[in-house]
Design a protein around this ligand. Structure first.
Ligand code: EPZ
Length: 419
């Protein structure tokens, strides 16, 4: 495991090009399992998680090539219906291959995703959804087997919470259920779901309503080849925007979709940052201590949980007390303990963080507990006096392409050291 050494006190300055969205690329790659013809996917970020999904596709017999942010996927005529445990253990998003693989092979087995450092993450909505689509589900020794038992004319799937992964999993699976009309109620509305639907529609799927709480899918018997470009990563963009404001810098974010980032833009605005939107560019500038915020984290279009750790790092030096209520992953606060080492003053009570702003943070040795926690520690390190060493930092490369290069171009002084 490597370390990131961050020398604090430098204002970020310059421009940064935002990569394609990890959380759109992963379900789109899972959806390629449904195809009989090759596809080209552009603007794919070169990240550990994308490499893991490629490994899964190869393990079931696909031919995959990745060059300069473009992936070429060539399906196999003889698919294997079993996915090895190792990649599923590494990445929860790999569970979304179960449904499409079961459609193509008649039945498929995938291990249950392993424990997760951002809290309990069950898959009950996925399994119940697949049952509603006519699959039988057996869970034995940590392996889930899905088998297509019935061909239904119409299915209704209702999610008790608008789960991103379950919405994607059911939408992908339903796309190739020929003769079946599926209606998903209380679907997640994240932009990554719209991108996945656009990809599937380009391949010939019939999907209406992606981006709303109700999605309707008319299953087809075949999906064809297409070319697709992944949307910009709103979480990577939000992280650089927060880092710019946190260091009281001035940064131009290029290749972004500001319309996907309104909750984050609004929060930064309220904290005193100046934000200018110009097409696909976003300029973030900040000259003062942030004002404290009352912030509720919620499913899209609410403030994203994947920016909550970074926001806590930023508000640690606010001029007053902030309250952050997490409603998506209620125990996603592992970063708080590490940020405390740098001087954060905060209390945690039942899904809420109360952050008492301090004048400044002080660099020290900390440990990254998960991907976004690592991003929060980088932001805190950039703001802090002196040097911060972030241990076990490699998880950050699951979600941030060329992180050290991009930060260096913005004048940050950061060095990655192999462990
Ligand atoms: C996706 O995870 C993202 N991952 C996460 O990004 C993100 O934090 C999360 O959505 C919320 O926005 C990908 O897109 C690959 P959920 P997902 O199902 O789909 C509960 C990052 O840092 N739930 O929307 O796994 C669940 O426990 C990551 O990039 C069930 O109870 O999240 C949570 O409380 C990490 N049963 C809530 O729903 C289920 O079967 C939302 O989870 C499924 C979910």
């Amino acid at each position: 495991m490597g370390k990131l050494v961050v020398h604090g006190g430098v204002r970020l300055n310059g421009s940064v090009r935002i990569s394609g969205a990890k959380n759109a690329a992963l379900p789109i790659l899972a959806a390629t399992i449904l195809l009989d013809e090759p596809v080209l996917i552009h603007n794919v970020p070169d990240l550990l998680d994308v490499r893991t999904m490629m490994e899964i596709l190869e393990s079931i017999g696909f031919n995959v090539r990745f060059e300069k942010n473009t992936i070429w996927v060539k399906p196999s005529a003889s698919l294997k219906g079993q996915v090895p445990y190792e990649p599923v253990r590494k990445m929860r998003a790999s569970f979304n291959v179960l449904g499409p693989l079961a459609v193509k092979c008649g039945e498929a087995s995938v291990s249950l995703p392993g424990g997760c450092s951002i809290g309990v993450r069950p898959v009950d909505f996925h399994l119940e959804g697949l049952r509603k689509l006519g699959f039988s589900i057996d869970v034995e020794h940590g392996v889930v087997k899905a088998k297509r038992e019935k061909r239904l004319g119409e299915c209704y799937v209702y999610f008790p919470f608008p789960s991103v992964g379950a919405t994607e999993h059911i939408m992908i699976t339903a796309a190739l259920l020929d003769g079946t009309r599926t209606i998903i109620e209380n679907a997640a509305m994240e932009p990554e779901i719209v991108d996945l639907a656009n990809f599937l529609v380009s391949c010939g799927a019939k999907i209406l309503g992606a981006g709303s709480r109700r999605i309707e899918i008319e299953g087809v018997d075949r999906l064809r080849s297409c070319e697709h470009s992944i949307i910009p990563d709103r979480i990577e963009a939000g992280t650089y925007a927060i880092a710019a404001a946190a260091t009281r810098g001035k940064v131009l974010l290029q290749n972004v979709r500001p319309d996907h980032m309104m909750a984050a833009i609004e929060a930064l605005n309220q904290s005193g940052a100046q934000i200018k939107i110009d097409g696909n560019n976003l300029l973030v500038q900040m000259n003062e201590r942030p004002k404290p915020l009352k912030l509720q984290v919620a499913p899209y279009p609410g403030f994203p949980t994947d920016l909550q750790p970074q926001m806590i790092a930023y508000l640690s030096v606010a001029d007053g007390t902030s309250v952050i209520v997490e409603t998506v992953f209620k125990s996603r606060f592992q970063h708080v303990d590490e940020l405390r080492r740098l001087g954060l003053k905060a209390e945690l009570t039942d899904g809420t963080a109360i952050v008492y702003g301090v004048e400044r943070l002080q660099g020290t040795i900390v440990k990254a507990t998960d991907l976004r926690a690592a991003a929060a520690l980088v932001i805190a390190g950039l703001m802090a006096e002196g040097t911060t060493i972030i241990e076990e930092v490699d998880q950050i490369f699951r979600g941030y392409e060329d992180l050290t290069l991009k930060l260096s171009k913005l004048s940050a002084i950061v060095e990655y050291e192999n462990g």
